[in-house]
Structure formats: C-alpha cells, structure tokens
Design a protein around this ligand. Structure first.
Ligand code: 13P
Length: 275
C-alpha cells in the first residue's frame, strides 16, 4: 500500500537535490502509464488531475481508480488535484480520498491568495493530506508574471504550504518560442526557502538542461501535462492507422500506447532525479 501525500515524497527529494515528476492523467490508460513508469524506475511519482475534471464529475469517478492504482503500486504515489479553483473543489477532492490538493490563487491579489490558500492548507492538513499553492502566475501561452522573492517568502510563511509553485519563466502548454528560465530568481528563492519543495509548472517544451539546473536550485516537483497527453494521443493515432480498419478490442488496443507512454515517462523520471 503506497498511497501517500506529497509530504512523504517531496521534502526528502528536496534534501537529496532531486525532483519528482508530477504527471497529469486524464483516463485509465494515462494513469496506468504513470504507475508503470514509477514501478520500472523504482521512483515515487505524483499522479495529478486538472481541476477541469473536478468541475465535470470525472475526478470523482477517476479518483477511485487512481487511489486503487496508487495503493497497489510498490512505490510511493501521491494523488493530487492540480490547479484547484475553489475551496469547494478542495473539499470535494479531500472527501474523495485525494491525498494532496493545490489551490491556485495566483491570479488573486496577494492577501486574498494568502487567505484562500491558508484555508486549503488547513483543510488538507486536517485529514493528513498535503497542499500546494502558487505565487506569481504561470500563465497559458507566453505571458507570465514572475514571482517576487520577498512576496514568495511572505506567502510561504503565512500559508504554510507544503509545496510552492513559483513563476520563473515557464508557461503552460506548447511554446511559440523556447522559454528562458530565470535561474537567478530560482536560486534566490531556493536559498531563502531551503526546506520548502518548489514546484515548476509548464514543464512541456522547457529545455531539460534548464530544468535540471533549476532542480539543483530547489525545484522539487515538475509538472508535465501537454507533451505527455499528446504522446498518448499520437500513439493511439499511429496504432489506429496501423490497424488499417481492422477491429481490435479497446483494452488490447490500448496496451501498446500505455507501454510507449510509460517509456516516455521513465526518461523524464530519470532526468528529474538527475540520473
Ligand atoms: P504543461 O502542460 O506545459 O506540461 O504544464 C503542466 C502543468 O503545469 C500542469 O499544472
């Protein structure tokens, strides 16, 4: 049984100077690929779902599956709500057994972000779960508001978050231009908050070399969604074309895309562990 919160995974990783992959699943197949990769690499992993799925009923049904997969995995697995939009979503996620939640108040004024994030942290801690917050704003597309060092430190102290997403130059989704990480900003935040696992959102398309430098400066959780889900879709498309109109039962058909996605994630897990 290895369903855990992020607190059983991230502080030790931060101490060891490595990072853990947090991959966004969206269905059975992507969730199984994540677990298979963790098993094969003998590495902890964070299985997360977009908050969109918490608003449309999918996260409740999928939650049971994710939790069962985590319990059966030989490696520590946290089941996490990514970018929670409201306290109601936090309450729902915790009541469905998610072991970790993010409340994303990064578009709110500072005081409101502190207030709503603190409430999420208290709710999570009351049931032994972990909580992530965000300061500065990692946007969709290329417009991003970098974190401010002083504000980041005040936010961490006031909210007592277990993991803190910082904005150091990444954005969600594919980039039009290769992003340039502000590693000096990352270094300053990492030095001021030596025990706190920092989170890098927008992993897709961010040069791995820069990600690895950021890991040495305190980034401990790397979020990957777009490129992983696209890897799955492209594998399905290629295999469907190869089947040439012949019917293959869905469960059998999906085995190969799952394997290819797991192989892809294994490389990322190794890279984040600086192996
Ligand atoms: P990408 O889709 O850019 O990989 O970002 C993932 C993410 O940060 C999820 O919160």
């Amino acid at each position: 049984m290895s369903l855990v919160s992020m607190n059983e995974i991230l502080p030790a990783a931060r101490k060891a100077g490595r990072a853990i992959g947090a991959f966004n699943a969206a269905n059975y197949e992507t969730a199984v690929a994540i677990i298979k990769a963790a098993e094969a690499e003998k590495s902890p992993v964070i299985l997360q779902l977009y908050s969109r799925l918490f608003g449309n009923g999918k996260a409740e049904a999928l939650g049971g599956l994710l939790i069962r997969l985590a319990e059966k995995c030989s490696q520590p697995v946290a089941v996490h709500m990514d970018h929670g939009e409201s306290i109601e979503q936090v309450r729902n996620a915790l009541s469905w057994g998610y072991t970790s939640v993010m409340l994303d108040g990064s578009r709110l004024p500072f005081a409101e972000n502190v207030a709503v994030t603190s409430e999420a942290v208290a709710l999570a801690h009351a049931v032994g779960a972990s909580a992530e917050g965000e300061i500065g704003h990692v946007a969709m597309g290329d417009a991003t508001a970098l974190s401010d060092v002083e504000e980041t430190c005040r936010f961490a102290a006031a909210t007592k978050v277990d993991a803190l997403a910082v904005s150091i130059g990444t954005a969600h989704g594919y980039y039009k231009q290769t992003p340039k990480l502000d590693l000096e900003l990352c270094r300053q935040i990492g030095e001021r908050l030596p025990g706190l696992p920092l989170v890098l959102h927008g992993g897709t398309g961010t040069p791995l070399e820069d990600v690895q430098k950021a890991i040495t400066l305190g980034i401990t959780k790397i979020n990957i969604a777009t490129e992983f889900q696209h890897t799955f879709l492209k594998a399905v498309q290629a295999d469907l074309e190869a089947a040439n109109g012949n019917f293959i039962p869905v469960d059998k058909f999906m085995d190969a895309p799952i394997e290819r996605c797991a192989e892809h994630l294994r490389k990322l897990i190794r890279a984040f562990a600086l192996r």
